[in-house]
Ligand binder design. Structure first.
Ligand SMILES: Cc1cc2nc3c(=O)[nH]c(=O)nc-3n(C[C@H](O)[C@H](O)[C@H](O)COP(=O)(O)OP(=O)(O)OC[C@H]3O[C@@H](n4cnc5c(N)ncnc54)[C@H](O)[C@@H]3O)c2cc1C
Length: 487
């Protein structure tokens, strides 16, 4: 990207900020899509006594979601003293509010090395810790409605199984094979891409249980403790400042999920990130299919308790002041979404969130109370109407679900980057500052792999996968961003 284009984008962003402020005034009093909550879905887990926060450590990890805890697990394995601070509840944000898919099926080919690594780690947790973290290998299915879709799936399957023999066991099913798997499945489906070794992990349980395992191995986890910021001396990291005091360290990993942009912004680091509000619900009274899958506008996952989680294909974009600032980065993705009608699943919400964002401090001193202490857990308001449509779609596909009733609705925030690719990287401008964030709708599955990768970078170990596509510098060094989602 040329400097002129970047400058042009800068002007759009600046103008956008002004428009945002005006729009914020106009939408005062509107309902918010983002929800500040103190009721976690994640099960409680013991953390370390706050009186034992050390004065000094090798690495501090900001955030105890799947990315942060996994990073800490491997840092500790590599011999680095590691402290995790979580401002709210361990696993309380996206990591306990997601669908629970642990998978490689139909992922973009570029993402497969990390996804394969991550799946392998997920499946090994029980052996590593000596207890189950709630992972099951019960298969993932992508349904095909026509020959064209099936051909795309077959091409993906050929390439992926050749590249990862043994690790990826995807197969193409015809109508008969599909019938065997889901008797009575909707007639519109002519086949499917099925991967038996994919599976899921219960989002309410997995991160708390991985945290239990990580603490057993020596990781220190403190919650609720918000990290306010980082102190530098001569450009190098000197310490982190938490709401309970300062901890000396030279290396910090920001694994703050949807908060990473705000946290980094105070250090002058501009991470393009946009939150997407995404809804789910749980139904009882029928079983769609063992495992998880997607097709015909429906997505599902059978839960450990026999109920079924159902996805909602409409997602909300809560517009905040930052949305205007990052808009130039997201234009290519937006253009593709608008060109392809099947991708029009975003509902842009301009309202109370914009107003609330105008009140949020973007820069602060580390002796001030910050937004991280004010909002212990950020979630989203579930979309009820779109949810009901999602259930209707599932009921059409699976007659066995006809009498299913909704027993729970919830939502969470997907933290998306403009190229729908994670950022696992050192920040070029601040030596010792690493990020492990921006995992989009795949970060639960990728999390353990991304954690291992980040830890390898920090411990200066050879990396398990090529980390180039995850580098932070792609947003600033003139690279053309390559959008990566599914096949
Ligand atoms: C509805 C929905 C469905 C999804 N389905 C799937 C799926 O099926 N499979 C999949 O792979 N992915 C899925 N995802 C995506 C996945 O949930 C996320 O990518 C993943 O959980 C991100 O993990 P994280 O650790 O980066 O962030 P989070 O889990 O959000 O954790 C970040 C943590 O950092 C803490 N924090 C932030 N700032 C500070 C601070 N200053 N001090 C201390 N703590 C701080 C926060 O409180 C939070 O607990 C889904 C997401 C949603 C919302």
């Amino acid at each position: 990207m040329s400097k002129n284009v970047l400058r042009g984008y800068g002007k759009i962003a600046a103008a956008g900020t002004g428009v945002g402020a005006l729009a914020g005034a106009a939408f005062a009093g509107q309902r918010r899509w983002l929800v500040e909550s103190d009721v976690p879905r994640a099960i409680p887990v013991e953390t370390d006594p706050l009186s034992e926060i050390p004065a000094e450590t090798d690495v501090v990890v900001v955030g105890a979601g799947i990315a942060g805890i996994s990073t800490a697990l491997y840092l500790n394995q590599f011999g680095l003293r590691t402290v995790v601070f979580e401002k709210g509840f361990v696993g309380g944000e996206a990591s306990s509010r997601n669908f629970g898919w642990v998978y490689t099926n139909a992922l973009h080919q570029d993402k497969l090395p990390l996804a394969v690594l991550a799946k392998d780690i997920w499946m090994g947790f029980a052996d590593r810790f000596g207890f189950d973290v709630g992972v099951r290998q019960d298969g993932n299915l992508h349904l095909a409605e026509n020959e064209e879709e099936l051909a795309v799936q077959a091409a993906w399957q050929r390439e992926a199984t050749q590249r990862f023999p043994g690790a990826i066991d995807a197969r193409i099913l015809g109508r008969d094979g599909l019938e065997d798997l889901i008797p009575g499945v909707g007639r519109q489906f002519i086949g499917a891409l099925h991967q038996p070794s994919d599976g899921s992990a219960e989002p309410t349980h997995a991160v708390p249980l991985i945290t239990k395992g990580a603490r057993k191995e020596g990781v220190k986890v403190f919650a609720p403790v918000a990290v306010r910021g980082i102190e530098t001396v001569g450009g190098a990291i000197h310490s982190v400042v938490t709401e309970l005091g300062e901890v000396r360290t030279t290396r910090v990993v920001v694994a703050g999920g949807a908060w990473s942009r705000l946290f980094l912004g105070n250090l002058g680091v501009d991470l393009p990130q946009q939150g997407i509000a995404s809804s789910l619900m749980r139904v009882k009274g029928g079983t769609a299919f063992r495992g998880s899958g997607f097709g015909g506008g429906a997505a599902w996952r059978e839960q450990a308790d026999g109920t079924c989680a159902i996805g909602v294909s409409m997602h909300g974009v809560p517009v905040t002041l930052d949305s205007f600032r990052v808009l130039p980065h997201f234009l290519p993705a937006l253009k593709i979404a608008l060109r392809n009608p099947s991708e029009r699943f975003l509902s842009v919400q301009v309202g109370g969130d914009l107003l609330a964002s105008l009140r949020t401090k973007r820069t602060w001193r580390n002796d001030e109370v910050t937004e991280f202490e004010r909002v212990r857990m950020l979630t989203a308001r579930p979309m009820v109407k779109a949810g009901d449509q999602g259930l209707a779609a599932v009921q059409e596909l699976f007659p066995a679900m006809r009498d299913a009733e909704v027993v729970e609705r919830w939502a969470g925030i997907i933290d998306a980057t403009p190229d729908y690719t994670s950022v696992v990287s050192e920040v070029p401008a601040v030596p010792g500052l690493f990020v492990n964030t921006g995992h989009g709708a795949q970060g639960y599955s990728l999390g353990p792999g991304a954690g291992r990768l980040a830890a390898e970078m920090i411990a200066e170990q050879p990396t398990s996968v090529d980390a180039d596509m995850f580098r932070f510098g792609r947003f600033t060094d003139g690279s053309t961003l390559q959008l990566r989602e599914f096949i």
